[in-house]
Design a protein around this ligand. Structure first.
Ligand SMILES: Cc1cn([C@H]2C[C@H](O)[C@@H](COP(=O)(O)OP(=O)(O)OP(=O)(O)O)O2)c(=O)[nH]c1=O
Length: 196
C-alpha cells in the first residue's frame, strides 16, 4: 500500500487528482525551477523531476510521489508564469490568433521499503488554438488577475475559456496534470492509483 503524495502547491493539480477519485496527501516543494534544457519535453521533465526529488528527501515508508510542471510553448519558445501585467500582455498578444503547445512534464518516484526506488518521467503535449484577441479583451482579462499564476498567462478552465477556439490532446494536461496519461503509465507498472 503506497501513500500517494502530490508534490504540488497548484490548486488545479489537486482538483484534477481529487476528481479522478485518487486518495492522496499534498507536500509542497520549494525546488527552484531552473533548467538548462532547451527542448520542450526535456525542460518540463527536468523541472518536474526537481520537484519530486525535493519531496523525496523527506518521504518515508512506501510512497508514490507525483509532481508536474507545465509550460506553454509558442514556436518552440517557453512561456512561463508572467511576473507582471506587462509580461501578461506580451504573452497574450503573442498567443492571440495562433496555435501553441502546452507541455506538462510528470515525475513519479515510487519507494518501497528495502527496494530500490523506481522513477518514471514522461510528458504530455496538447495543442491550443486561441482566437484573435482585441486590445480590450486582453486588458480586461489581465484585470481579472487570472493570468498571474498560470503558464502562458491564461487559464483554459477559467475566464479565458471564451477565447479558446480549439484544442487537440488531453484537456487536463493544459490545466496542469495529464491524469489519463499518469493513470495509464502507472497501470503499465502494475499500479492502479484508483485502488489505493
Ligand atoms: C496553460 C494553463 C496553465 N495553468 C497553470 C497550471 C500550473 O499551476 C501553472 C504552471 O505552473 P507550474 O510551475 O507548472 O506549477 P505551480 O507553480 O502552479 O505549482 P507546483 O510547482 O507547486 O506544482 O499554470 C492553468 O491553470 N491553466 C491553463 O490553462
Amino acid at each position: 500500500m503506497y501513500k500517494i503524495i502530490l508534490a504540488s502547491g497548484s490548486p488545479r493539480r489537486r482538483e484534477i487528482l481529487e476528481q479522478a477519485g485518487v486518495k492522496f496527501e499534498i507536500k509542497v516543494s520549494n525546488a527552484e525551477e531552473i533548467t538548462d534544457k532547451t527542448n520542450p519535453s526535456d525542460m518540463v521533465e527536468e523541472l518536474a523531476r526537481l520537484k519530486a526529488e525535493a519531496i523525496k528527501k523527506e518521504a518515508e515508508g512506501d510512497f508514490l510521489i507525483i509532481s508536474a510542471d507545465t509550460l506553454v510553448f509558442l514556436d518552440g519558445k517557453p512561456l512561463g508564469k508572467p511576473r507582471n501585467s506587462e509580461e501578461a500582455y506580451h504573452m497574450l498578444k503573442l498567443l492571440s490568433g495562433r496555435k501553441h503547445e502546452v507541455y506538462t512534464g510528470v515525475a513519479i518516484v515510487i519507494g518501497e521499503k528495502e527496494k530500490t526506488e523506481k522513477r518514471l518521467v514522461f510528458h504530455q503535449m496538447s495543442r491550443v488554438e486561441v482566437e484573435t484577441l482585441t486590445e480590450e479583451q486582453i486588458e480586461s482579462y489581465i484585470a481579472t488577475g487570472e493570468p498571474f499564476d498560470k503558464a502562458g498567462a491564461y487559464a483554459i478552465q477559467g475566464r479565458f475559456a471564451v477565447h479558446i477556439s480549439g484544442i487537440e490532446g488531453e484537456y487536463n494536461n493544459i490545466v496542469g496534470l495529464p491524469i489519463a496519461k499518469i493513470y495509464h503509465e502507472l497501470l503499465k507498472e502494475g499500479i492502479d492509483i484508483l485502488k489505493k
